[in-house]
Design a binder for this molecule. Structure first.
Ligand SMILES: NC(=O)c1ccc[n+]([C@@H]2O[C@H](COP(=O)([O-])OP(=O)(O)OC[C@H]3O[C@@H](n4cnc5c(N)ncnc54)[C@H](OP(=O)(O)O)[C@@H]3O)[C@@H](O)[C@H]2O)c1
Length: 308
């Protein structure tokens, strides 16, 4: 697998804490199932796992470290929560490395656009020490992407990627030019929540209820025409509704990060991102998505956490 051109990424936000899994997804999965998910992903060359210290209420990173990280790539993040103080990125990364039982992370993202200059300068030091192999930014606007890139350009360090929210029903960062800017600058664009908290899955497939699903359940009725459109496109390619959501993003030249906790989800993700949708199918899906005009997660929903 070429780290600069991954087909898809496994998201581990709901790994770890059983309580968190239940709250978010209505069920938790055991360690054995997660190990099988990792194995299924590895078999298909889906080798990147996306993490952060708060995932699984702080348990996801420790869990993957315990399972063993040989042969996989780790993507983790520095999450600024307060104004910059020197050493904060280093301290956070050191905790990550302890949890991962590793000497380095493969991709390290500045999780929020706070104190961009200072946080990236420290990240660059860690990159030069070999503790970080690639640097990315997450939840950045176009202007903030430009600022970050110019900080890294001055240091002579490449910007690896931008990790923002993107899905069939939320294409804000494409409309605002971030996706195009990434393409023009050789920067990878990773999309989080491609399945919109499980709302872009087949409504006929019954899953266990959760607080999160309850919050969004009222929107399912409005999404019906889109489910029908996704089903129609899916039938032509032998894809399920969630696979159409994944294939749509991959066909945009965007890297989908999908919350996989079960082996079949990694298998389906692999199959989905290897399907070529036609221009007509892509535009049909977009048209129906725009018509239903339903939003689940906001494109810039973490902006409130950015302290000025
Ligand atoms: N940078 C950031 O600020 C940021 C923010 C949010 C997320 N992320 C990253 O993005 C990742 C993805 O987001 P997410 O995990 O929140 O949610 P997601 O991928 O949008 O959705 C996960 C939901 O989809 C279901 N699902 C997955 N594959 C499926 C399949 N093949 N068929 C049917 N259902 C399927 C899961 O089912 P089950 O309930 O059965 O597992 C779960 O309910 C995170 O894990 C994280 O790595 C990054």
């Amino acid at each position: 697998m070429d780290i600069n051109n991954p087909k898809a990424v496994i998201g581990a936000n709901s790994w770890g804490s059983a309580a968190y899994g239940k709250l978010l997804r209505g069920s938790s999965v055991d360690d054995e199932t997660l190990k099988q998910t990792i194995a299924a992903a590895k078999e298909r060359d889906l080798l990147i796992f996306d993490l952060a210290q708060d995932y699984g209420l702080g348990k996801a990173q420790k869990m993957i470290g315990e399972f063993g990280t040989e042969g996989i790539f780790l993507s983790s993040k520095f999450t600024p929560t307060k104004k910059y103080t020197p050493g904060q990125v280093r301290r956070s990364l050191e905790r990550d490395l302890t949890e991962f039982r590793r000497e380095y992370v493969d991709i390290y993202w500045l999780h929020l656009p706070m104190d961009i200059e200072e946080n990236l300068a420290e990240t660059v030091e860690l990159y030069r020490e070999g503790k970080i192999h690639n640097i990315g930014i997450s939840n950045f606007t176009l202007e903030e992407c430009r600022t970050a890139k110019s900080v890294l350009d001055r240091a002579g360090v490449p910007l690896y990627g931008v990790q923002n929210h993107y899905s069939l029903i939320n294409r804000e960062w494409e409309k605002k030019g971030v996706v195009q800017w990434c393409k023009e600058n050789g920067v990878s664009f990773w999309a989080w929540a491609v399945l919109e908290e499980g709302m872009l899955t087949d409504p006929r497939v019954k899953t266990k209820g959760s607080v999160m699903k309850l919050i969004f359940s009222g929107k399912k009725k409005k999404l019906r025409p889109l489910y029908a459109a996704m089903n129609r496109v899916g039938k032509r390619h032998d894809l399920t509704i969630p696979q159409v959501a994944e294939a749509f993003v991959a066909n945009k030249g965007i890297v989908p990060i999908c919350g996989c906790r079960k082996p079949y989800q990694a298998e389906q993700l692999y199959d989905a991102v290897n399907v070529r949708l036609t221009a007509k199918e892509m535009s049909f899906l977009e048209t129906v998505a725009d018509k239903v005009n339903v939003k689940i997660l906001g494109a810039d929903m973490f902006r409130f956490a950015v302290k000025k």
